[in-house]
Design a protein around this ligand. Sequence first.
Ligand code: ADP
Length: 495
Amino acid sequence: MSKRFILSIDQGTSSSRAFVYDDGMNTVGTAQEEFPQIYPKSGWVEHDPEAIWASVRHVVGLALADAGVTAADILAIGITNQRETTVLWDRTTGEPVMNAIVWQDRRTAKYCAELKAAGHEATVTEKTGLKIDPYFSGTKLKWILDNVDGARARAEAGELAFGTIDTYLVWKLSGGAAHVTDATNASRTLLFNIHEQAWDDDLLRLFGIPAAMLPEVLDSAAEFGTTKVDFLAADTVIAGIAGDQQAALIGQAGFEPGMTKSTYGTGLFAIANTGAEALVSRNQLLTTVAYRVAGEVTYGLEGSVFIAGSAMQWLRDELGLIESAPESEAVAARTGVVDDVYVVPAFAGLGAPYWDPDARGAILGLSRGSDRGTIVTATLQSVAFQTHDLLVAMRDDGLVPDVIRVDGGMVANDWFLQFLADVLDTPVERPVNAESTVLGAALLAAWQSGLVSSTEEIARRWQSDRVFEPAMGAGVRTQLLAGWSDAVSRVRGAR
Ligand code: ADP
């Protein structure tokens, strides 16, 4: 066999995945493995970078075996990753200075509140397109420098490297030779000026971050480095990188301004393509780099909601109400739409469009007849309501998608997608290949390697599986949304 396969690595929040694609971008091998979540305190979430690396090594081997190819058959590698999660390591030994601080971690909430109170948010937003929130990497990076013994001095001496997970993986894959990231990941750090496409000196000063720690920022399709590890052939090129949500937009072929995708994994993330314009939201949405190819930046407007599929895991693991996430579909179908009980899954505060790190979850409207079916269905419904809030914000910002393309683990749930279309009053379209994220990274690598040559070609290959058309009466919808809005208002700033 000649080198004609693309290996795509999706390093996600709860699991690592590897997919192998042939030169027609057909999936020929897959593997997935969960790795441990570490919760040192309430609101803190960490990952062991070594455990992440071990899981990546493992799934790559399994995916190659599943595809029946060898490492020598791989033409290029794509990487997509959980975004914002922050790792610092020693440039000489490769040893992480502590666990990675995960995007969901809220430990810097107080510092963020202080920055806001000191009036810094307008400048930060103007430069980065983001909010001042613990979600993004910048304050996590500062926390490590301030709290790990000797870290700041070592960083200032140039001994430490900072990276999001993509950067860490390329560094490991290249045997420590490449310290790089792509523009989409850089745009989530709170340190990157999205208009100038460069690390921002003012922001580095504000957060007290030594510039020497930062990776070089490349296009999303670029030569990031070449492999020097025992489980891949020598000098295989890492040719595509994008943060998971941006990769999903690419996998969904969302290349035209106005096209919108919504991904339902651990969290829920909607991105609308806004073309060459870095549209500024009036409604607390984020302006972000959707992708950067051949030096040209395409921007997106993003709504980030922290809890979606993970609410199903909560029903399963903490409440024991379902055996598995997919079971939620049968339970909801039996129960039918719930219009009196609301679950607000603000377990880690509320993201867009509320940005309230102090909100916490609640179940409202319980009566003696409320049962397991009520809670499970209301939890599923909450994911649709949260999407609705994002769409309202997008509409008010002038983006009115005529269809929403959806992907991620939750979209296997037909009941959920029908309810989503009903609540949004907008058609919801599921592709044949709902693995948009890992596909997006593969497409970037294929692009860089010349296997695909245009966005039109990718768009032509994208295939719809099913469109869910809105069918709910306006009266019912209005009533449900009023109940939701009341429930959200009750959990805000709850502590
Ligand atoms: P991530 O990439 O963030 O790890 P995935 O896209 O793999 O997430 O999606 C997994 C999430 O989807 C889990 O949180 C799981 O609870 C949820 N999920 C999976 N299948 C279903 C289903 N049929 N109905 C509802 N939720 C589901």
